[in-house]
Write a protein of this length. Structure first.
Lengths: 349, 346, 528
């Protein structure tokens, strides 16, 4: 178990900058999920750590050893960093067992290790003699993980390992992988574009946008207090309301006065307030209302309401209610919306 | 190693392997393919392969000197020798007809033939220059199918074949050196203007075949009534299965007609040869009794021209053919191919 | 058979390599590929140099003369009539065996590809000895169409197998009858396969020598050989070569134009259901009769001739020719050398296009296709001229023959290698590196084993093409060298049919594996 540390890493392809000044520490034994939209540079980050690409600037350090620094570059095969690719990248001409053995040192090849990692990745021992094309997608990914784990690497890198899988299989495989990583206690970096996957992966999350690391920390903390409304929206459904007046007891917005949980504003009088839909409560208006139902759309397990806030701002807010409550609402109906917990206040646009 | 450098190294390695293997494959092939040890005599052979092989085998048996043949036809090998010049790996050049030999002679690539060899060959069958010698002879004939062409309608002269009456009624192989030699005789005997006219008319009249055998076969099958070929194709087939000549007869133009032209096959030693002695030995052998008897008694049916060896008894005597007198060294292959190209025959 | 059999599947850009698409290739690789491409351009350079060297003043009367006009008419008629006929037979045959209720479809699928195993000049020999009067344009068309239609049939079959039946079903549900579906839905989707196959047939027709020379049909190629035999590599041969090369390049450009932007269309991935076959009904006997006639004409007639002459020559006579074992050995050595060298030359080019696609890779690869589209006779003339004038040490050596084979057949090696490299993505090498192997070892342990089938396929296709090669071998072979093809040719043109028969049979037998390989590839490509 070793700490992985990046500092000031930058990389361009030709004239196109892909990563800029990325500094990130993955403490020993931590599972870190790096999340970003496609093209954000997250895969390149992983390839720099693996040693498949050269960084233009900055340092990558694993424990005490410097992997990448100006004038220094440890080749991929000397880094001791395992890698799991998007499609598994199993060697098609080798059986499962041969794939698993591939990275084990030749001289002291430990036959028990193959069984061990198969167990670790919850692979049926009967699969050992099969070829990759005879496996399901989920099995392939678990073999890929087991193969990466077999030589006991200091770090495992996972590049969108679940994105090629069907929804049902994805959840199941993801859990198997997390369990295996947990059991082996290896330092792990996962990159993904899926915020749910990132938020549920483990101890740390890092958000990458436009080639920069914009925020990192424990998932709950990042989700609770994103650095910007864009990141907030990227990490999950977000409602951003203009806040006209802010005072000590909260911000004034279309839904009334809402307490400020985190203040990221610049001190100017106005701003924008982030609220998560799950914080909203809804009741038919009795006397005062702060929104009007614009549309009701049944969605099976729930109904989706589209509300238009009263007052001059007229912001549209999508909101879910349980399916059985759907019929209670109709277009044009006046409702009263309450906000539970506070919002996060950002500077105006 | 960096990624880029390693790819480069891989590429470089591959190339090295590629070049190495290419070299190996070339080396590996060379021996069995060329099948020629350095001291073997390389004969550029435009004569019939089977005939020259008989000659070569007998020569090797007699002298122990190995012979390797590069087979081709007159003009191809002659031009090739001119292009190769001093670089040529050939020692001896054998032709079916003299124009290609003259081509090589005019390029100054031939060494004088030993006087002893020349003495074996009557003067009319070798050039005055002494730079090559006749080794065999063949006569022009008109092969015809009596079912299609009654004897009375046979052409009196080869020049008559230019008549519109002969349109689509005769065949020949103008792409071959044999016919081109016949044209060179016409050129020598009748002059350029008459030859040009004759060739233009021929282009109208003639049915073109790939070679003499194909022409004879077509006449035999009745595809075309007659054709201009050399005599020995007919006699060989008559001597064998008669499959391609059974329905045909030969017509000799005689009368010193250009169509009675007797073509001399030549043999010469290349000046650039490093095996001068063996090469001269080979020519001496060809024109000697043993070599000429292979012509007189073997399958070839070509006429012997030297050492007084008689022709195959099936053939009419060479001096009975009333061939026109043509100095073999004056026959020009370049002018002929130019004229034939102009006429659209090539 | 000439070079370009797989041209239609071999366009740059369909490599589909995930790889590090578009990354800058290493300089050494580019240099190697560029040098190879430059060597491949020698024949084209020869054609250009003929124009420059000899000068337009000399060439003009040699090009603008009635004879060239005749050859042009012959050659153009051959292509204009021959290509549609091969398309008709090829597409029709593919449709019959893939999408109809034709009885014994698998049997007919094999019968239809079988003519490819009979070299055109052997087929011509068979026909000429069975029907001696056969000659001219009609004879040339008969022999060449029968010999070459499988070059359309194979890609058409692959394309039909790759079609999504759902499209045809949708068309039916929109009210189209079965013939309308074929004409308006199936045929348009076969456009690329038909264009590609048609181009290859056209290039073959332009390049063929033996088959046409045998039955007295003059094309540019036969005329060049005649000129060569009369005047060696002189200006008249060069002038004809310039016109012939111009015809080939025109075809290449025309085909590229007709393809338009759809050039990289790929066959559909994965056909879930087989299409409902079209009922032939009362037409069945008629179709069977037509197919039988085709099979007899294209396969049975040439084979019967060979067998008849073998019998005539007697087993003792024909097979005891002393040249036979020598010709077989030398054919195997030369063709083997050609196969190995072609694979080694193809590797850097295929690597570049599969791993580093981009304008540079396209340029280099395009170069190799342009080079390979020139007929063998041009390649041979060019190599004769270049070796004599510039590299006399290489003149008439096995090396030069092998080089000619590489130039003529290179695409046969590039195509399978490139798809092989594309299927061995760079990610696998990276994976091996992350598991502790240095890059070279990673390549040897992961990429090389994955390339073995492609290398084998490429080498087999080149080798077997080279074993059948006649034109260039005739002009370039070292002194004393005989191959099966040249030996067959010399016997057959001397009308010694029995002596030619064993060579014919050996040439056919040698071709069978390559044809089986092409057939299997086409079926797989479609079914994937």
């Amino acid at each position: 178990m070793t700490t992985l540390a990046l500092s000031g890493v930058a990389k361009s392809f030709g004239r196109v900058p892909v990563l800029r000044d990325v500094s990130l520490t993955v403490p020993a034994g931590t599972r870190m999920a790096v999340v970003g939209a496609s093209g954000s540079g997250k895969s390149t980050l992983l390839r720099l750590i693996a040693g498949f690409e050269h960084a233009d600037e900055g340092e990558i350090r694993l424990g005490d050893s410097m992997l990448t620094a100006p004038g220094r570059f440890v080749a991929a095969h000397r880094r001791g960093i395992g890698y799991v690719a998007q499609d598994g990248a199993l060697f098609p001409h080798l059986t499962v067992e041969q794939n698993l053995r591939f990275g084990l040192p030749r001289r002291r090849r430990d036959p028990a290790r193959v069984q061990e990692v198969m167990e670790l990745a919850s692979l049926d021992p009967a699969l050992a003699g099969r070829y990759p094309h005879q496996l399901s997608g989920g099995q392939q990914q678990r073999v890929a993980l087991a193969r990466a784990l077999a030589p006991r690497p200091a770090v495992i890198l996972l590049d969108e390992p679940f994105s090629a899988l069907d929804t049902g299989l994805r959840e199941q495989t993801r859990q198997a992988v997390i369990d295996a990583l947990e059991a082996s206690g290896v330092t792990t970096v996962l990159v993904t574009h899926d915020h749910d996957e990132a938020l549920s992966f483990g101890g740390q999350i890092a958000v990458i946008a436009g080639g920069r690391l914009v925020q990192s920390g424990p998932p709950a903390a990042v989700f609770d207090n994103p650095v910007s409304t864009e990141i907030a929206a990227f990490l999950g459904a977000a409602i951003v309301l203009p806040a006209s007046f802010t005072g000590p007891d909260g911000a004034e917005c279309a839904l009334g006065r809402v307490p400020v949980r985190h203040d990221r504003s610049d001190g100017s009088p106005g701003g924008r307030l982030l609220i998560r839909p799950a914080q909203l409560g809804l009741s038919p208006a009795n006397g005062t209302h702060n929104a009007v139902v614009e549309d009701v759309r049944p969605r099976g397990s729930h109904a989706e309401l589209l509300l238009r806030t009263a007052g001059s701002a007229q912001v549209l807010i999508p909101l879910r209610v349980p399916a059985h409550e759907g019929p209670e609402y109709h277009a044009g109906m006046r409702v009263s919306v309450t906000v539970n917990g506070g919002g996060v206040l950002y500077p105006p646009d | 190693m960096t990624r880029r450098r390693s790819t480069a190294a891989f590429a470089a390695g591959l190339t090295a392997v590629a070049l190495g293997l290419t070299a190996c494959s070339a080396d590996g092939d060379e021996d069995p393919v060329a099948a020629a040890s350095d001291d073997a005599l390389v004969v550029y052979n435009a004569q019939h392969e089977q005939l020259t092989e008989e000659w070569a085998d007998a020569f090797t048996a007699e002298t122990g000197i190995e012979v390797v043949l590069r087979n081709g036809n007159d003009a191809e090998l002659g031009n090739q020798l001119v292009q190769e010049g001093e670089e040529s790996r050939g020692d001896v050049f054998l032709t079916e007809n003299s124009p290609a030999m003259s081509l090589v002679e005019n390029a100054g690539l031939l060494a004088p033939v030993d006087q002893a060899t020349l003495d074996q060959v009557p003067e009319q069958y070798r050039p005055a220059s002494g730079l090559w010698t006749g080794i065999a002879a063949r006569s022009t004939v008109f092969v015809y199918n009596p079912d299609e062409l009654p004897e009375a309608e046979l052409p009196a002269s080869i020049m008559d074949l230019a008549d519109p009456a002969w349109k689509d009624r005769w065949g020949a192989a103008p792409g071959g050196a044999d016919f081109q030699a016949i044209v060179s005789a016409i050129l020598e005997l009748e002059g350029p203007d008459a030859t040009r006219q004759w060739l233009d008319a021929m282009e109208e009249n003639v049915t073109v075949y790939q070679n003499n055998i194909a022409t004879m076969k077509a006449v035999n099958a009745g595809e075309v009534p007659g054709g201009v070929i050399y005599h020995y194709y007919w006699f060989r087939d008559q001597d064998g299965t008669r499959e391609n000549s059974g329905n045909t007869e030969l017509h000799y133009f005689g009368n010193q007609d250009p169509g009675a032209f007797v073509s001399v096959s030549g043999g010469g030693v290349l000046a650039s040869s490093e095996n001068q002695e063996q090469a001269q030995q080979f020519l001496a052998f060809l024109t000697g009794t043993t070599g000429q008897e292979i012509l007189g008694t073997g399958y070839s049916m070509e006429y012997p021209v030297a050492s007084g060896v008689p022709a195959n008894p099936a053939l009419p005597a060479l001096d009975s053919l009333q061939a026109p007198a043509v100095d073999p060294s004056r026959l020009n292959s370049v002018d002929v191919t130019d004229l034939m190209t102009d006429a659209g025959l090539l | 058979m000439a070079a370009t059999d797989s041209l239609q599947t071999s366009r740059p850009g369909d490599a589909g390599a995930g790889a590090d698409g578009g990354s800058r290739p290493p300089v050494a690789l580019v240099v190697v590929a560029a040098v190879l491409a430059a060597v491949l351009l020698v024949p084209l350079g020869y054609v250009v140099s003929v124009v420059v060297d000899v000068g337009w003043g000399t060439l003009e009367p040699l090009i603008f003369r009635p004879r060239v006009g005749e050859l042009l008419v012959n050659t153009v008629l051959l292509v204009v009539l021959g290509v549609p006929l091969t398309v008709l037979l090829g597409v029709g045959g593919a449709w019959l065996v893939e999408r109809t209720t034709l009885p014994a479809r698998r049997f007919w699928a094999v019968v239809l590809v079988a003519p490819l195993a009979i070299p055109a000049f052997v087929s011509s020999y068979g026909w000429a000895s069975a029907v001696p009067s056969i000659h001219g344009l009609s004879g040339g068309l008969l022999v060449s169409v029968l010999a070459y239609y499988p070059l359309v049939y194979l890609p058409a079959m692959a394309a039909i197998r790759g079609l999504d039946p759902a499209l045809e079903e949708s068309a039916r549900s929109l009210g189209l009858g079965s013939w309308a579906v074929f004409g308006r839905v199936v045929l348009p989707q076969l456009r690329l396969a038909v264009l590609g196959g048609g181009l290859i047939v056209a290039l073959h027709l332009l390049a063929e020598y033996g088959a046409f020379a045998f039955i007295r049909f003059d094309t540019f190629t036969t005329a060049i050989v005649v000129q060569y035999q009369s005047t060696f590599a002189g200006p008249a041969a060069g002038a004809l070569g310039v016109v012939l090369s111009a015809l080939c390049l025109t075809l290449l450009v025309a085909e590229a134009g007709a393809r338009g932007r759809a050039r990289y269309a790929r066959v559909g991935s994965g056909v879930a259901r087989a299409a409902v076959p079209q009922r032939l009904g009362v037409l069945t006997p008629l179709v069977l009769l037509a197919l039988t006639a085709l099979g007899v004409a294209a396969v049975a007639v040439p084979l019967a001739s060979v067998v008849r002459w073998l019998g005539r020559g007697g087993w003792g006579g024909a097979w005891s020719q002393p040249e036979l074992p020598q010709a077989l050995t030398q054919t195997v050595l030369l063709a083997g050398g050609g196969a190995v060298t072609a694979v080694l030359v193809a590797l850097p080019l295929a690597w570049l296009t599969a791993r580093h696609p981009g304008p540079l890779a396209r340029l280099l690869e395009g170069t190799s296709y342009v080079a390979a589209s020139l007929p063998a006779i041009i390649v041979a003339l060019a190599l004769v001229t270049v070796t004599l004038r510039i590299l006399p040490g290489l003149y008439q050596t096995a090396f030069t023959v092998v080089l000619a084979y590489v130039m003529i057949f290179l695409p046969r090696a590039v195509v399978p290698l490139r798809s092989g490299i594309a299927q061995a993505p760079v990610a696998l090498e990276e994976m091996a590196r992350s598991l502790g192997y240095p890059p070279i070892v990673a390549r040897l342990r992961v990429t090389l084993p994955l390339l073995v089938p492609s290398i084998a396929a490429g080498a087999a296709l080149v080798g077997l093409g080279a074993a059948n090669e006649l034109t260039a071998t005739l002009l370039l072979a070292p002194t004393g060298t005989r191959t099966l093809a040249t030996q067959f040719w010399s016997q057959a043109s001397a009308i010694d049919y029995p002596a030619a028969a064993p060579y014919a049979l050996l040439l056919i037998l040698l071709s069978v594996p390559a044809v089986a390989l092409m057939f299997a590839q086409s079926r797989r490509r479609g079914a994937r």
